[in-house]
Design a protein around this ligand. Structure first.
Ligand SMILES: Cc1cc2nc3c(=O)[nH]c(=O)nc-3n(C[C@H](O)[C@H](O)[C@H](O)COP(=O)(O)OP(=O)(O)OC[C@H]3O[C@@H](n4cnc5c(N)ncnc54)[C@H](O)[C@@H]3O)c2cc1C
Length: 402
């Protein structure tokens, strides 16, 4: 089962595509196996943080994403009841990045261009309709079996990257626990073409709006506004996504004449989970297959892309320069798990605590503190470094190999 110079990647999501591009551009043959027959076009992640844009630039992806997205130079924390808000200027970090803004752009636009690039490269192939169903490994290789409409197909490689998402088949196949918890409430994301900026004073493209009963997140993507709302744990799912319920909730956010046009809706459960190790021999977990978190902060896809870059660079050193495999892969796991637990899980959970704070005194204190941060450069810079994932990247790089 050895093909000394091939990497198989399960999943053509943002993580699998970015890892595949880095490897193929280094001359390493890559086979990406994607379960679906075409790229999923669902509305999921929509924010690219500055460090992610910096990482995608050498792959020729950032300029094309910029052409398809909207720059958000600021983001806001708002109080739904008082109307008070604080605006955080990402430009405060101008010297640290070539991209001092969040880019609002749907993740399917990234996978669309990345798959097209992979398909144009002789080192890469993308096979749709190939759902990874079994993995075997020996000391020197991996055999990956995929279910296809023509029956099972097997692929031999030196390594398998499991980038097959939150319900990872590879993770289940290997019996790896996904430790953590699931929030009791459900989450609704709905999008509308109504111009929400006309309904709020000074609205940014990314807004976290606190309320003890019904917090919400309001995000602009190029053609739509997206609203993220909590749904009670025991709510009927069909009712939660019905036209009437969504209409009532959107009218509660901004009372407009006539009805909202709802372009899209999804109800989902949210988890905070991380695997204990990102490597199991020659199988390496990355992205949602290794860690999932709530979307408050937009860190899921970004953290996954940071995994992909870190892992692909280490595989290049192992495969092309003979670097020590065990040491490199354990370093990958240590670096990326540390930030998933200490930074992403902690930060996104803190965001949820703040946005749903019930105590009016604490809520007012928090807003006053946010406004102080926004107006005080010495406070703003560290705040934005944390919120835009600069700290996450720095913390990961600071983890030394054993
Ligand atoms: C409804 C929803 C809303 C979200 N909103 C946000 C947000 O606002 N901000 C944010 O940062 N994150 C958000 N996320 C999370 C974000 O989408 C993920 O963090 C990101 O997609 C992770 O990328 P990935 O490549 O690891 O996995 P995915 O994007 O899930 O890609 C996995 C790929 O693997 C394929 N696949 C699955 N099983 C197999 C198999 N057995 N064999 C081969 N291929 C397989 C899938 O079809 C898919 O193409 C959201 C997620 C959901 C579900």
């Amino acid at each position: 089962m050895t093909e000394a110079l091939r990497v198989v990647i399960a999943g053509a999501g943002p993580v699998g595509c970015v890892a595949g591009l880095i490897l193929a551009r280094a001359g390493i043959p890559v086979t990406v196996l994607e379960a679906e027959d075409t790229l999923p076009q669902d509305l999921r992640a929509s924010t690219f943080h500055p460090p992610t844009l910096d990482m995608l630039a050498p792959l020729g992806l950032t300029d094309r994403l910029l052409a398809m997205g909207l720059k958000a130079p600021t983001y806001q924390f708002r109080d739904r009841r008082s109307g008070a808000y604080a605006t955080f200027d990402i430009g405060a970090l101008g010297g640290e990045t070539d991209h001092p803004y969040r880019l609002q752009c749907e993740q399917y636009k990234l996978t669309g261009i990345a798959v097209a690039d992979l398909e144009a490269m002789p080192e890469a192939e993308v096979r749709f309709g190939h759902a990874v169903s079994a993995v075997e490994q020996s000391d020197d290789g991996v055999r990956v079996t995929a279910s296809t409409s023509d029956g099972p197909a097997s692929f031999d490689a030196a390594f398998l990257i499991a980038a097959d998402g939150a319900s990872s088949m590879v993770r289940s196949q290997l019996g790896i626990d996904f430790e953590g918890f699931t929030y009791p409430d459900q989450w609704l994301v709905a999008s509308t073409d109504h111009d929400m900026a006309a309904e709020f004073e000074g609205l940014a493209f990314v807004n976290y709006v606190a309320d003890p009963d019904e917090w919400f997140v309001l995000l602009r993507v190029p053609e739509l506004w997206r609203v993220l709302l909590p749904v009670a744990a025991d709510a009927d799912p069909d009712d939660a996504i019905s036209d009437e319920t969504i209409e009532r909730r959107l009218q509660g956010i901004a009372d407009i004449p006539g009805r909202y046009t709802i372009a899209h809706r999804t109800l989902y459960r949210v988890h905070q989970r991380v695997v204990r190790s990102y490597c199991a021999g020659r199988v390496l977990l990355a992205g949602d297959a290794a860690h999932i978190n709530n979307p408050l902060g937009g860190m899921g896809m970004n953290g996954g892309i940071h995994d992909a870059v870190n892992l692909a660079e280490k595989l290049k050193r192992i495969m092309l320069q003979g670097a020590d495999q065990t040491r490199m892969l354990e370093h990958y796991s240590a670096q990326r798990r540390a930030i998933a637990v200490e930074y992403v899980q902690a930060h996104t959970h803190d965001n949820k605590t703040a946005i749903e704070e019930a105590d009016p005194v604490k809520r007012a204190q928090h807003m006053a503190q946010m406004q102080r941060v926004a107006e005080t450069p010495e406070l703003l810079v560290p705040f934005v470094r944390k919120g835009c994932m600069f700290d996450a990247v720095a913390r990961s790089m600071a983890v030394e190999p054993d």
